[in-house]
Ligand binder design. Structure first.
Ligand code: NAD
Ligand code: MG
Length: 401
C-alpha cells in the first residue's frame, strides 16, 4: 500500500527534507497534498516534480498566480485558504500529515488532522506548545498517531521503552536529557550580543533551517519551546527534563533509566533522519543521509546552558509553569523574531519583548481553538506594543546623536 501524504510547509526547510525522503521511496509514499504560503515559483517547481492531487496556498493571490502557471498540469488542483486545508488534511485520501508550517499559522490544520485521526509527523512545535492540552486532547479523541520530527524529541522517541504495539511509555525512566547545540553565539556574553545581525543569528553552526527557528536557536527560545514540547509529548514536568548543551549536535537527546543506564540517539545533524524514522515507523527506511563518522567527529562535548546570556530559556521555564504561558511566550517570540529580522529591534531585545508580553497579558489555559487564537492575538498585540516603543526610543536616540 502506498502511503498518501500531505506535506504542509512544502516550500520550507522541513518540506524540502520530507520531499527528499519521499522521493527515494516512490513504492511506499506519494505526496498527494502540498501546502505553502506565498512562494509561487518554488511551489510550481514542486508541483511539476511531484504532481500532487492538490496544491494549497495560504495566500489567495499566490494561489491565483500558481493556478495560472499550472494551467497545463490538469491533475493538480490549486486552491487556497484555511478551510480548504482543514478539509484536505481530514480527507480519506490522506493517510499522513507532515506538519511543517512555521509558527502559530500551522495550528489549525494540524488540529484538524489530529481530530481526523491521521498520522501526524510534527515539526511545527509552536502549534503544540501554544495549544498544549487542547492539542493532546484532539490527538487522543481523534485516535491520531503523533510522531515527533523535531530531532531531540525524535531521539527521545527512539530511546524510550515501547509496549507490544511499539508505542513509547515512561516506565523506569528517571530523566529526559534534552540536548541543545547552543547556537551560533554559544560562549558569548550578553553585552557582546547587542549588535549581532540577522545574518549572524541565522548562521547556525550545524543545522540548515528556516530563518525563524534559526533565530530561536540563537536566543535559546527554541530550547524553551522544546522543553514545553517534551513535557506535552511525553507527559513530563520540566523538573523531569535536564537541558545539556552539546555543541556538535551529534547526540540528539538521551533517556536516563532508574538503573543508571543512559540511552542516546546519535546521527548527523540532518533532518532527513528523524523524518525518515517517522515515515518508516515502526519500520525503518533509508534517508539518504551520509553515515556518521565518529572518528572524524573526534569529540562529543557537553556543558551547562548559559541562562544569563540567553534569558529566553529562563523565561520559557517560568512560562511553562503557568497554564497558557507558553501560548503567550510563543506568540510574543514570533513577533519579536520578525521584528529582529526586519531590523526593528536588537537581538538582545527579543527577550525583553517576550518578558513584557508575559507581564502584560492576563492569561490562563485556553479551552478552545477560539480561546487559543484570542490569547495568541492578545500576546501579539502586547509584543507589537513593546516593539513600537523600542523602535521609537531608538529613533529618538539616533536623532539626539
Ligand atoms: P521555513 O521557514 O523553512 O518554512 C516554513 C513553511 O511554512 C514554508 O513552506 C511556508 O510557505 C509555510 N507557511 C508559513 N506560513 C504559512 C501559512 N500561513 N499557510 C501555509 N503555509 C505557511 O521553516 P522550517 O525551518 O521548515 O520550519 C518549519 C517548522 O518546523 C517550524 O515550526 C520549526 O520550528 C520546525 N522545525 C524545523 C526544523 C528544521 O530543521 N528546519 C527542525 C525542527 C523543527
Ligand atoms: Mg530541535
Amino acid at each position: 500500500m502506498v502511503r498518501r501524504i500531505a506535506v504542509l510547509g512544502a516550500t520550507g526547510s522541513i518540506g524540502a527534507s520530507t520531499l527528499d525522503v519521499i522521493q527515494r521511496h516512490p513504492d511506499r509514499y506519494r505526496p498527494v497534498v502540498l501546502a505553502a504560503n506565498r512562494s509561487v515559483d518554488e511551489m510550481e517547481r514542486l508541483c511539476r516534480l511531484h504532481v500532487p492531487d492538490h496544491a494549497v496556498m495560504g495566500d489567495p493571490e499566490a494561489a491565483h498566480a500558481l493556478a495560472e502557471k499550472l494551467k497545463d498540469l490538469t491533475s493538480t488542483e490549486v486552491s487556497s485558504g484555511a478551510a480548504v486545508l482543514d478539509q484536505l488534511v481530514s480527507a480519506s485520501f490522506v493517510d499522513t500529515v507532515v506538519a511543517g508550517i512555521v509558527g502559530f499559522a500551522g495550528l489549525r490544520a494540524t488540529l484538524s488532522a489530529a481530530g481526523a485521526g491521521k498520522t501526524i509527523l510534527l515539526a511545527n512545535k509552536e502549534a503544540l506548545v501554544s495549544a498544549g492540552g487542547l492539542f493532546m486532547d484532539a490527538v487522543k479523541r481523534g485516535g491520531a498517531t503523533l510522531l515527533p520530527v523535531d530531532s531531540e524529541h525524535n531521539a527521545m522517541h527512539q530511546c524510550l521503552p515501547t509496549d507490544a504495539s511499539g508505542r513509547s511509555h515512561m516506565a523506569n525512566v528517571e530523566k529526559i536529557i534534552l540536548t541543545a547545540s547552543g547556537g551560533p553565539f554559544r560562549g558569548r556574553t550578553r553585552a557582546s550580543l547587542m549588535d549581532v545581525t540577522p545574518d549572524e543569528a541565522c548562521a547556525h553552526p550545524n543545522w540548515a533551517m528556516g530563518q525563524k527557528i534559526s533565530v530561536d536557536s540563537a536566543t535559546l527560545a527554541n530550547k524553551g519551546l522544546e522543553l514545553a514540547e517534551a513535557c506535552w509529548l511525553f507527559d513530563r514536568t520540566p523538573d523531569q527534563i535536564d537541558i545539556v548543551v552539546h555543541p556538535q549536535s551529534i547526540v540528539h537527546s538521551m533517556i536516563r533509566y532508574c538503573d543508571g543506564s543512559v540511552l542516546a540517539q546519535l546521527g548527523q545533524p540532518d533532518m532527513r533522519t528523524p523524518i525518515a524514522y517517522c515515515l518508516g515507523w515502526p519500520d525503518r527506511v533509508a534517508a539518504g543521509v551520509a553515515p556518521l563518522d565518529l572518528v572524524s567527529t573526534g569529540r562529543l562535548d557537553f556543558e551547562a546552558p548559559d541562562m544569563t546570556a540567553f534569558p529566553c530559556l529562563a523565561l520559557a521555564k517560568q512560562a511553562i509553569m503557568q497554564p497558557g504561558g507558553m501560548c503567550v511566550f510563543s506568540a510574543a517570540n514570533e513577533v519579536a523574531v520578525a521584528a529582529f529580522l526586519a531590523r526593528e529591534i536588537r537581538f538582545t531585545e527579543i527577550d525583553v519583548v517576550i518578558a513584557n508580553a508575559l507581564e502584560a497579558v492576563n492569561f490562563s489555559e485556553p479551552q478552545s481553538l477560539d480561546a487559543v487564537q484570542a490569547l495568541d492575538n492578545e500576546a501579539r498585540s502586547a509584543a507589537a506594543e513593546t516593539v513600537a516603543q523600542i523602535a521609537s526610543l531608538t529613533e529618538r536616540q539616533e536623532k539626539e546623536r
